[in-house]
Design a protein. Structure first.
Length: 226
């Protein structure tokens, strides 16, 4: 039986992981799994219901009342929260911060990691997140750690928000959010953000998306011929 190809891309908030992972998957002809979208969906429900996002007990109760499904349509991922497609609703700064808060809780991570592993075991995937190479899929064939200067990451995130129609969020707010998420993700007790020992570091500061993808493709191409 053919072994599935899993490519892990980790890194801090705003590093461009999702963009790179999505385009890389398209070039390789495989699917892209946005694991961060899963945490965003749970964060969105916590916000909607007023649930204490720092309480294991309260979040465990919320998870027991939550249905979360990932569906692929025409190669694109859709996030279904209790049957509702929230793929666009989860892309706001408030949900971004909520996702960072809930992802620090073991009860949330255990539930979502199990789902991620199940999906990855069944098909070739590019996955991005904070702990794919270190915790979710430590045996992934290729691992990358993508980063960039914090101000560059904030600028990119703001451009993404503008492209989605957000005209209100300021650069200062986005920078504050990125710094907050960096601290939360790096200091959480379970599977904190860090570069896996065997991951390849890619600093995309000053690089275009195309240049970064070409670097990744070159490394994968070399590995496939070893």
């Amino acid at each position: 039986m053919k072994k599935v190809l899993n490519i892990a891309i980790d890194g801090p908030a705003g590093a461009g992981k999702s963009t790179i992972a999505r385009l890389l998957a398209q070039k390789l002809g495989i699917l892209y799994l946005d694991t961060g979208a899963m945490y965003r969906a749970i964060g969105l429900k916590a916000l909607r219901t007023g649930t204490d996002m720092r309480s294991e007990t309260d979040m465990g109760r919320l998870l027991g009342q939550t249905s979360l499904d990932i569906r692929f349509a025409d190669g694109c991922q859709q996030v279904l929260l209790d049957g509702e497609d929230v793929s666009q609703a989860i892309r706001t700064p408030d949900v971004s911060r909520a996702a960072s808060d809930v992802s620090a809780l073991p009860v949330v991570r255990l539930r979502l990691v199990a789902l991620q592993r199940r999906i990855a075991a069944e098909q070739d995937l590019v996955l991005d997140g904070r702990d794919i190479g270190t915790y979710v899929l430590p045996q992934a064939r290729y691992k990358f750690f993508l980063t960039a200067d914090v101000h560059e990451r904030a600028r990119r995130r703001l451009l993404d928000l503008r492209a989605r129609g957000d005209r209100d969020t300021t650069l200062e707010q986005v920078l504050e959010d990125v710094i907050y998420r960096d601290r939360q993700d790096s200091e959480r007790k379970m599977a904190p953000l860090r570069q896996a020992d065997d991951a390849i570091l890619l600093d995309s500061t000053g690089q275009s998306i195309e240049e970064t993808i070409e670097s990744v493709l070159a490394i994968i191409g070399q590995g496939q011929h070893e």
